[in-house]
Design a protein around this ligand. Structure first.
Ligand code: NAG
Ligand code: NAG
Length: 361
């Protein structure tokens, strides 16, 4: 009797101890989980220049392993006019992404001369449509093309489909109306070798002027000793906290500014939606946008506040992201060519329609 009681008592005890241990572990696990998920939410936000810091690297590897592009034969021999376009095209021609087998292609590249008339371009697209089955499957949505100036609105059916469905790769910054934000891509400009980095920031802002086309705002800034206005690049770029760009005049130096640790500040009055790699990089963490209409005082206020509150972080992210702005004859990981390819990879999913006759067979 006594023994049984002891046994029961010890059983109860054991059960209680078990419960205690279980709930203790549950508590530890829950706290750890809460802590870790809070970390994983905030850490990449602070330390990564990428919009999707956890998926970009595995997805990029997948692209390198499997992305295939079929390149159509151009209707006549030609060369691209800008350095960025030429580098992109030659890199694509010689890349492992190229396939001779259209059936394994994710996307189709339509090469055509930059000076082809709209009529000839329409005829070229019509030929692709009539002679090969690929255009009709998606009405051009799994096709892409290079055009520095971009294509405007046209009434011809072939050009409408090219403009509205195909992915356009054009030069940054784009022409008004020639860019469709949800699908189109801009090429980062090719820049000259960089000036040496000099980290002792002396000027609040650096402005590179462009032959008399500058706005009144930039003219006013030139009277302010905190701003350095130059017409030739010098090592002063790296000695300025911010590099100012007038969106309406010239913003092609943005990538160079990032790499020199000069945080780009873009002066504009309209929303910017055509920055290179907008669906890869967290631009709002690397670039300051200042409204032109509010004048010099506002420019200084915004720059001063950014300097106090989040300058070092922005500068650091910009330097990390600047590798995406480098062009090489021989493409390298994460350079401009491969990052544009990555943007295309993100756009490879399209619905391919079965040819209508097939439904009736
Ligand atoms: C594509 O569709 C058009 C009609 O929109 C048709 O005339 C043409 O023959 C089709 N192309 C192919 C290769 O079947
Ligand atoms: C950086 O700036 C300092 C101060 O003007 C200058 O003496 C130095 O030569 C600069 N360094 C480089 C690498 O340009």
């Amino acid at each position: 009797m006594y023994q049984i009681q002891t046994l029961q008592l010890s059983r109860v005890c054991l059960f209680k101890i078990k419960m205690a241990i279980t709930s203790f572990f549950r508590f530890v696990c829950l706290s750890l989980f809460t802590f870790l998920s809070a970390q994983s939410k905030h850490l990449p936000y602070l330390t990564s220049p990428y919009l999707s810091p956890t998926t970009i690297f595995p997805n990029y590897q997948k692209m390198l392993q499997s992305f295939k592009i079929f390149i159509y034969k151009p209707n006549k021999p030609f060369t691209y006019e800008t350095a960025a376009e030429s580098l992109f095209y030659t890199s694509l021609l010689h890349s492992p992404f190229r396939t001779e087998n259209p059936d394994e292609a994710h996307l189709f590249f339509v090469p055509f001369s930059p000076d082809l008339s709209m009529r000839s371009l329409a005829r070229f697209i019509r030929t692709l449509r009539m002679e090969q089955p690929y255009w009709n499957r998606t009405l051009g949505a799994d096709h892409f093309y290079l055009s520095c100036t971009g294509i405007g609105y046209e009434s011809d059916r072939n050009l409408v489909e090219l403009k509205k469905n195909s992915v356009q790769i054009s030069c940054f910054p784009t022409r008004n109306g020639n860019f469709v934000p949800h699908k189109d891509i801009t090429l980062p400009p090719v820049k000259n070798p960089q000036a040496p980095l000099n980290t002792t920031a002396r000027f609040l802002g650096y402005v590179m002027v462009n032959g008399g086309r500058e706005s009144t705002l930039v003219n006013e800034l030139s009277y302010d000793p905190e701003f350095l206005i130059e017409s030739q690049p010098s090592d002063q770029v790296g000695r300025s906290k911010f590099c100012l760009f007038d969106y309406e005049v010239d913003v092609t130096g943005i990538g160079e500014a990032l790499s020199l640790g000069c945080v780009p500040a873009v002066i504009t009055d309209r929303p910017i939606n055509d920055l290179p790699f907008m669906d890869v990089l967290r631009w709002q963490e690397m670039v300051v946008v200042v409204k032109r209409e509010r004048g010099v005082k506002e420019v200084k206020r915004v720059l001063d506040r950014t300097w106090r509150e989040r300058y070092e972080e922005m500068r650091g992210l910009g330097v990390v992201a600047s590798k995406h702005f480098e062009w090489h004859e021989q493409s390298q990981p994460f350079d401009s060519f491969q990052t544009v390819m990555y943007e295309l990879w993100l756009r490879r999913h399209t619905i391919r329609y079965v040819r209508r006759e097939a439904w009736f067979k």
